[in-house]
Design a protein around this ligand. Sequence first.
Ligand code: KG4
Ligand code: ZN
Length: 352
Amino acid sequence: MRQPALVLGIETSCDETGVALVRATADASELLVDAVASSVDEHARFGGIIPEIASRAHLESFVPTLQRALAEADVTLAEVDAIAVTAGPGLVGPLTVGAAAAKALAVALDKPLYGVNHVIGHAVVDELVHGLFPERCMALVVSGGHTSLLLVEDAVTGVSELGHTLDDAAGEAFDKVGRLLGLPYPGGPHIDRLAREGDPTAIRFPRGLTAAKDQAKHAADFSFSGLKTAVARWVESRQDAGEELPLADVAASFAASVADVLTAKTIAACRQHGVTTLVVGGGFSANSQLRDLLAQRCAEAGIELRIPPIRYCTDNGAMIAALGAAVVRRGLPASPLDLAVDSSMPLTQVLV
Ligand code: KG4
Ligand code: ZN
């Protein structure tokens, strides 16, 4: 493919319709535009994403979002060289809408189609901000659906998963604790805000999978459901005693536990594998308790920390265009036009 190549990225795995354009050269990926339409408000009253509502919203939003992206970048569809789309993991209905749109564009424009992995996109989006990945790095992807620690020897062909959450994702745990504290959905950003006013040492909540017996088998795995239960018990006991809830302290102590475990295990994995660059992505990397602790502990450990600005961390088309650019740069073959979306696409499969 000619370079620079103009890569169109399409993301519809959850409740964000994302369309972005990235210009890929041999040694850089440049974001031209990142247009996002969200249906999050339509799900708020249900306290969670309703796949049918998200699918319909993608159907309605896709063409206007594509048109907005093209107009903002002052680019025509004829100039697009490749189309990248999220093939999974995610919700089947929403994924199918994006994949159908991408296939239609690939056929109409006679351009290659690349079905790529959403979770890896959350890490590779950082290439738009901090430059192409070094030869080896560690990636921590933390979102509402995923918490995974990846050893990245190549952003497309050399990703291995060292560990993941055995139950809730970090963002999911925040959303569930947010619900039990009576905060609006999604609770993550509300807990973050509350936690900044509280004392993180007020309550000693458990640190999942950090006991000596877990270190052998689950050194790089995470578990947040025990923590969530501990918070629920603590809140119930206060309520039963008729005492007022110190909301900010509960939020701060809970957030401190999540940040502590994520950070400690990630830095231990970097040390074990001799990796000196850590990339963090996913919607939960917006969390300020995690950002602060990572910054502090990475500096102490001599690890270069790469976290993109918050607008790149949540779901968007830029992450998919960035991963598409990485695929194009490596000259890999296009995906079949009849590619099937995969709601549980494994993290080791970066490209369909
Ligand atoms: O990556 P994302 O936009 O969607 C998924 O692929 O899941 O992540 C959304 C998740 C939600 O659980 C949300 O509550 C959480 O990230 N989140 C936060 C913060 N901002 C977003 N959690 C804690 N603190 C935040 N500041
Ligand atoms: Zn995501």
